[in-house]
Design a binder for this molecule. Structure first.
Ligand SMILES: Cc1cc2nc3c(=O)[nH]c(=O)nc-3n(C[C@H](O)[C@H](O)[C@H](O)COP(=O)(O)OP(=O)(O)OC[C@H]3O[C@@H](n4cnc5c(N)ncnc54)[C@H](O)[C@@H]3O)c2cc1C
Length: 380
């Protein structure tokens, strides 16, 4: 791994490595290859919570670890180095709890954040709909205000942990108000119907759900922040989450690089290790450069977030670059490994290939990141 890190980051890397060796590697393959319908790994999720990785960046007053964004993304990078799908389990909790921590009131935080931080309850970030992905503002889930609270109807899809969540931050339009609002919904309410999506290409340890909301009730006190501010809350949450996705990309890219170097040194062709071939060396050099550049952009965005600066554009740059760097590095790693890369029985490369692909899709596609960046550098 990169040696040029400060001591706190190195300590996090060492701790995650020890956790990975004890808790992740023994079940990594089993989780990836689990037959359908997949089961959410609750025991591992609790262990991630007990070890502090679920609540790593959540405030310590709510049972989180109170770490900085830079420390958090170091933990995500390292978890994803060892198994990206397991790293995603922790990252989803941050995504889904972020709106409550940043836009919720004290009662909401006290009620929901400690359990989410410790992995006792599973939260979900419930924005995307079958007909509203990139264009989130066009979503059609509605909430009708009654004397008792809200009655919510709609359909959501691609929701990480949506199939098993105990609570969801549901983005919807309150009747009579054209702009999005956000409501915390407890999923044991009648009318919340969720199923696990099947045949997911990668990131299989973390399940993804499709949700029908049929007259689901939420009390008035579960409105998050103010009516009509939901889009802003969602975008602000995604800014933060994009730095996390960038960290997932850095971890995957580094793993692909390390695996490739090790393999190139031991694989003999034409009487010498393939690492002696310039064709292989150049691929490894390109991978090393992209991994370091992705890391630098990711750390920069995290440090800006820690300093309280506006970091939306830097988050988009980091997410765009690191997800494409992961794609590049895993593709080159497969080339370097030849047939042993393509057949998952022999190496990690086939799993890395499947796991990395979604990084360019979720939490804003690469095209959407380019829109954000261009809008900023060119001006609208
Ligand atoms: C595994 C997984 C987990 C996810 N987890 C969550 C979650 O926890 N919560 C949640 O709410 N959502 C989640 N999502 C949804 C994800 O954020 C969306 O899939 C993503 O935002 C893209 O939306 P879409 O799939 O509807 O594609 P579309 O928006 O239909 O886009 C299709 C294509 O058109 C392009 N496109 C769209 N608009 C433009 C434009 N203006 N300019 C240029 N190109 C454009 C896109 O980039 C893409 O290439 C998840 C998705 C996946 C696959």
């Amino acid at each position: 791994m990169n040696k040029n890190v400060d001591e706190r980051q190195q300590a996090i890397r060492d701790e995650v490595k020890a956790f990975a060796e004890k808790e992740m590697y023994p079940i990594s393959r089993e989780l990836d290859e689990m037959p359908e319908p997949r089961k959410f790994p609750r025991e591992l999720y609790r262990k991630l919570g007990d070890a502090g990785y679920i609540g790593f960046v959540m405030p310590s007053e709510y049972e989180g670890q109170g770490k900085s964004s830079l420390e958090y993304i170091t933990s995500v990078e390292e978890l994803c180095y060892h198994d990206a799908a397991i790293g995603l389990l922790a990252a989803v909790a941050e995504l889904a709890t972020h709106p409550i921590i940043h836009f919720g009131n004290d009662e909401q935080k006290k009620k929901y954040v400690p359990d989410c931080a410790m992995g006792r309850r599973i939260p979900a970030f419930v924005l995307t709909e079958p007909n509203a992905g990139s264009d989130a503002a066009s979503l059609t889930t509605t909430a009708v205000e009654t004397d008792d609270g809200y009655v919510i109807n709609g359909e959501k899809t691609f929701i990480m942990h949506g199939d098993v969540a105990d609570l969801g931050v549901v983005f919807c339009k309150i009747e009579g108000k054209p702009k999005l609002s956000a409501i915390i919904v407890e999923t044991d309410q009648p009318g919340w119907e969720a199923r696990t999506l099947r045949n997911k290409m990668g990131m299989r340890a973390a399940t993804t759900g499709h949700i029908l909301l049929k007259d689901v009730k939420a009390p008035k006190e579960n409105l998050l922040g103010e009516v009509g501010r939901g889009f802003r809350y969602a975008m602000s949450t995604l800014d933060s989450a994009r730095v996390g996705v960038a960290a997932q990309g850095v971890g995957i890219a580094q793993r692909a690089l390390d695996e490739s170097i090790a393999y190139a040194k031991k694989r003999i062709a034409f009487g010498a290790p393939i690492a002696k071939l310039q064709a292989i060396q150049w691929m490894i050099a390109d991978m090393a450069v992209r991994t370091e550049a992705a890391r630098a952009l990711t750390y920069k965005a995290a440090m800006m977030q820690d300093r309280g600066e506006k970091f939306s554009v830097e988050a988009a740059m980091a997410k765009l670059y690191a997800s494409e760097a992961a794609n590049f590095c895993v593709d080159r790693a497969m080339q370097i490994h030849g047939g042993y890369g393509f057949i998952g029985e022999f190496t990690q490369i086939e799993k890395l290939y499947r796991d990395q692909r979604v990084l360019e899709i979720y939490e804003g596609t690469s095209e959407v990141q380019r829109l954000v960046i261009a809008g900023n550098v060119i001006g609208r």
